[in-house]
Design a protein around this ligand. Sequence first.
Ligand code: ATP
Length: 366
Amino acid sequence: MTLSKNIIEIAAVDKYFKDQRVLNSINLDVKSGEFLTLLGPSGCGKTTLLRLLAGFETLTGGVIAIDGKDMRNTPPEERHVHMVFQSYALFPHMTVYENVAFGLQCKHLPKQEIHERVLGALSMVKLDDLKDRKPDRLSGGQQQRVAIARAVINKPLVLLLDEPLSALDYSLRKRMQIELKALQRKLGITFILVTHDQEEALSMSDRVVVMNHGCIEQIGTPRDVYEEPKTLYVAKFIGAANIFETTVIEATEDTIQVFIEGKKYQLDNEGEFKKGQNVSVIVRPEDLHSWYNTEVDDTTNMFEAKVEQVIYKGSTVDLILKTKSGKRLSTTEFFDEDDENLDFKRGENVWVEWTLGWEVVLPHDE
Ligand code: ATP
């Protein structure tokens, strides 16, 4: 499906609770049919933004438009959005069927239409066989499916999902992530998911919105935010990052020179850095490569380190290295059982390098 017009427009949105500023000038457009994730640590304002979209909170400032209409005076039930809560919020005394039918019954739709739509929704979330059960006889994953069936049956323009998978154990959570993504593709409904789990955000989303203290730090595809973080906060929050703090010793329009672990490096100057500026050079663990001493003739663009830990993970071998300056680094090497050169031992000295250009250079955090 092509993602076209904006289904949601959020402009200069502020939210205060008493004198606490919880959202700070949020600007965000959400495309129709998009799977968007709000990602950030606890308390950064994700749920508040979702609740503002649903109409459960009022704006302190700014505008939210859904389907081109300013929502200021539109109550939740007229917004064509549906919120799925972390706790599922099912009616305990009703069966699965009755829970899913409830919204349509409130709208006094014809019985036959309700019946067909409920069966359709239950089949979509693979609950046809459990329609007569009460929620207390369902697993967490099944309860979550009922909540989703109840949401999609109303054919909302947008589904808001507040940490919908957080109560599930790891393997069920992984399975539900795939199911949820497949369901979203099938329905073509815009999904906005709130999570503090970066892996979940990266694996499910078309775009990720990284939030910090009520502000948006970066909006981008999962690949953008992982490979091209715009701030140190994003680099640290999404995935593991090795960060070398250093100072620019020479700068031209195209390149900078810095010392890292006692070796001089020439790097691309993509941030208009100037001589004397403090910068952080970020290299992901999978981009660092370790060589045995015996494998290396030319140590240009390499520095020395000692292997502190070897962590075998099946498809990868992770190393914790300690450099001569005492800095700890983590590296991930994809495991190839024919490659004897991945048989690193604790205490061994190695040379470390990365492919120049794969690093990200950002201004140093003050
Ligand atoms: P979590 O992942 O823990 O749910 P979050 O990023 O969703 O966190 P919010 O729930 O949006 O964060 O909360 C943001 C801030 O607003 C927090 O400091 C929270 O205590 C505060 N807050 C949220 N709701 C209210 C409320 N109704 N009254 C007062 N303060 C609130």
